[in-house]
Design a protein around this ligand. Structure first.
Ligand SMILES: [Zn+2]
Ligand SMILES: [Zn+2]
Ligand SMILES: [Zn+2]
Length: 89
């Protein structure tokens, strides 16, 4: 990863890809989402802050897993919640 972003993003060496292209939590409740993000600590794919349930940021707060990657095709970026830092890869 690029240097000078934050230690959490620097610690990501292999990008975790979404196992399935759906929010794991929204699927359970039949909810919908806008965009998908994949947690880089545990690999869970959840929905973004534009989605009604904002599962990815809830997951980050609850688990303290800091970094997500966009799970959208064609998007290649990482975001760190605690540092509010974003970087492309
Ligand atoms: Zn960070
Ligand atoms: Zn969701
Ligand atoms: Zn996680």
């Amino acid at each position: 990863m690029k240097e000078g972003v934050c230690s959490h993003i620097e610690a990501v060496t292999d990008i975790r890809e979404p196992a399935r292209h759906e929010c794991e939590e929204c699927v359970k409740t039949g909810s919908s989402w806008v965009h998908l993000r994949t947690c880089q600590t545990c690999g869970t794919t959840l929905c973004c802050d534009s989605s009604p349930n904002r599962h990815a940021s809830k997951h980050a707060r609850r688990t303290e897993h800091p970094v997500i990657a966009s799970a959208e095709r064609g998007e290649r970026w990482l975001y760190c919640y605690p540092d509010d830092a974003i970087t492309e890869y």
